[in-house]
Design a protein around this ligand. Structure first.
Ligand SMILES: *Cc1c(COP(=O)(O)O)cnc(C)c1O
Length: 360
């Protein structure tokens, strides 16, 4: 099966091999050395000197941690949203008692920095801005450099980033552009199985953390830091996923992060032009189209579920449907992690053949 959903993704053989390794003691020297190395290598890909923590959870655990570790109930946050994951970030902050000011943009478009500036001017007491780097539900990548600039110019707010489906595939400069908490997940661009949320924490986020009163226990940054100094986590980590991540990071750094970004750009462009050659329309505005996931409008004479079924059953190609209000309206091709043009050619061929079958 050619699995082309936006995570989990197919893993290279080298990584599958290390996932067969025998268990080790997570309080022993072998584990300590591995965790410390993994963190050093992650810092290179996050482009940061900040602390980077490994939470054993899906990506959303990291999103929750970014909120509960830096905010108190009643704090005002500006939640930028243009899709399912932007909405979810806002909902998470709300669940922990933040006062959420929502700034919605049309789905399929990027967030407009000018409107963010206006909203921050109107809400000078904003403690944090929540933003999704790459909105997986619509196939849009936000201009994070421009967003960081307007936030820094017009406020002292922290910037919390759901970078789950972008980091490791698309350039995001944590320190240079100035992001306070950046979250990603092992099953997205990292060529790893699910199981880890990787989270970076800036100096400014640590200051906010010192007075942040939202309830937290498993997710506490202070406990994470205390244990990280000994190359450990407070609770038992997903050791097998860390074996995989250790190997994946070697592969990413051997290829070179610039080359990894260029490969995703190439494969992204290849996907978009291939989709258009089939006579299909892209859902996202091309000026902000994502290089990790492509959303394709389903033609009015075709049922999305049927298209997915025929691709899967007759052609062994699995792509994703639409989420939330886009269900039935779009399908999504994931192209992140260990992916090359040939993998996408198989998807496009399967899509063309399936459309022909449905129209026969
Ligand atoms: C996949 C994804 C999530 C959810 O991640 P889980 O690992 O399923 O918790 C959140 N945000 C974005 C942008 C994603 O792509």
């Amino acid at each position: 099966m050619n699995l082309r959903i936006p995570g989990p993704t197919p893993l290279p053989l080298e990584i599958l091999k290390v996932m067969g390794n025998q268990m080790i003691n997570h309080r022993g020297p072998k584990y300590e050395a591995m965790q410390k190395e993994v963190v050093k290598k992650l810092q290179k890909v996050f482009q940061t000197e900040n602390d980077v923590f490994l939470f054993t959870s899906s990506g959303t655990g990291g999103v929750e941690a970014s909120i509960t570790n830096t905010l108190s109930p009643g704090d005002k946050v500006l939640a930028i949203a243009a899709g399912v994951f932007g909405d979810r970030f806002a909902a998470c902050a709300k669940a922990f008692g933040a006062e959420v000011v929502k700034l919605d943009f049309p789905w399929g478009q990027a967030a407009d920095p000018d409107l963010i500036r206006k909203k921050l001017k109107a809400n000078p007491d904003t403690k944090a801005v929540l933003v999704v780097f790459n909105e997986t539900s619509t196939g849009v990548t936000n201009d994070m450099k421009a967003i960081a600039e307007v936030v820094h110019e017009s406020s002292d707010a922290l910037i919390l980033v759901d970078a789950i489906s972008g980091l490791g595939a698309i350039d995001l400069r944590t320190d240079e552009w100035g992001f306070d908490v950046v979250v990603t997940g092992s099953q997205k661009a990292w060529m790893c199985p699910p199981g880890l949320a990787m989270v970076s924490v800036s100096e400014k986020a640590w200051k906010a953390h010192a007075t942040a009163k939202m309830p937290r226990f498993y997710w506490d940054f202070t406990a994470m830091k205390e244990f990280a100094e000994k190359g450990q986590t407070p609770f038992t980590p997903a050791i097998t996923t860390i074996f995989a991540l250790d190997k994946a990071l070697d592969m990413i750094l051997d290829e070179g992060i610039e080359n990894v970004f260029a490969r995703h750009r190439r494969v992204g462009e290849h996907t978009r032009s291939g989709v258009k050659e089939l006579g299909l329309e892209l859902f996202a505005d091309e000026s902000c189209a994502s290089n990790t996931v492509t959303a394709v409008k389903v033609p009015s004479d075709i049922q999305a579920d049927e298209l997915l079924r025929i691709m899967r059953e007759d052609h062994e190609v699995l792509i994703a449907g639409g989420m939330g209000r886009l269900k039935g309206k779009i399908v999504r091709i994931g192209h992140l992690g260990y992916v090359f043009e040939e993998d996408i050619d198989e998807v496009l061929e399967a899509m063309e053949a399936s459309l022909n079958e449905l129209r026969r």
